[in-house]
Design a protein around this ligand. Structure first.
Ligand SMILES: O=C(O)c1cc(=O)[nH]c(=O)n1[C@@H]1O[C@H](COP(=O)(O)O)[C@@H](O)[C@H]1O
Length: 237
């Protein structure tokens, strides 16, 4: 299994720290820019990644009314990134508006449109929290599936789900729907705030196209050997 299917998040507070991570891990080809880095340092990091021929997952998790989603997505469309996240719970109209606006932004800047991925249910939410805090009466796997189907019906390219749901989503949503799994943990790594984890090998075997693996690599004492260890586990599977 190819290490190009692992996306590493630049979950740091400054561009300088992000650059240090890029220099530590030149083997990584797909990086995620999320809220922490983007809010702290703006879109400059995207140009730097593109100049290094890296692929970019811009994880801004938009969640708003259709008109606002469209405005923000038109701007993201111009960045020329590979993937963008929005929340499925924004609803069908907002999801469709986001998808359409990405195409418009990309066309105006003459770049390839980002694939839009809908968050089904954050991987930090447990079945208990879904029922008791969020008051959702569906079983968790069914809820994640319904959010993925809503996103698919609204026309987006894929979804973000936990590795525990990815097999079911793959079966129902088909092979062309891009499925990205965060909340992935090698057996030797700490779980942290992730509630619905599987190992990298199990997540890919279950049907994920891409895995997002952060702290097991970036917070390791030696990030380079943590990355190599994961790649070795994938190669041996
Ligand atoms: O969209 C995401 O990437 C995402 C969705 C989700 O449901 N859960 C989730 O953990 N993420 C992101 O995936 C990364 C996981 O990082 P680690 O828990 O350190 O591996 C973080 O950057 C999260 O923001």
């Amino acid at each position: 299994m190819s290490p190009e299917r692992i996306i590493v998040p630049l979950d740091v507070a400054s561009e300088a720290e992000a650059i240090a991570l890029l220099e530590t891990l030149p083997e990584v080809t797909f990086w995620k820019v999320g809220l922490e880095l983007f809010v702290n340092s703006g879109p400059g990091i995207l140009e730097r990644l593109k100049n290094q021929q890296k692929r970019i997952f811009l994880d801004l998790k938009f969640h708003d009314i259709p008109n606002t989603m469209a405005g923000a997505c038109r701007a993201v469309g111009r960045y020329g990134v590979d993937l963008l996240t929005i929340h499925a719970t924004a609803g069908k109209e907002a999801i469709a508006a986001a998808h359409q606006a990405i195409q418009q932004g990309a066309t105006s800047a003459d770049v390839i449109p980002a694939k839009v991925l809908a968050i089904t249910l954050l991987t930090s939410i447990s079945a208990r929290q879904l029922a008791f805090d969020l008051k959702i009466p569906l079983e968790l796997p069914e809820y994640a599936l319904q959010m993925a189907l809503l996103a698919q019906a609204a026309g987006v390219d894929g979804a973000v789900c936990s590795p525990q749901e990815v097999g079911h989503l793959r079966q129902i949503c088909g092979d062309d729907f891009v499925l990205v799994c965060p909340g992935v943990r090698p057996l030797w790594a700490e779980g942290g705030d992730q509630k619905r984890s599987l190992t990298p090998v199990k997540a890919l075997k279950a049907g994920a196209d891409y895995l997002v693996i952060g702290r097991p690599i970036t917070a390791a004492e030696d990030p380079k050997s943590a990355w190599a260890r994961i790649c070795d586990e994938l190669a041996a599977s």
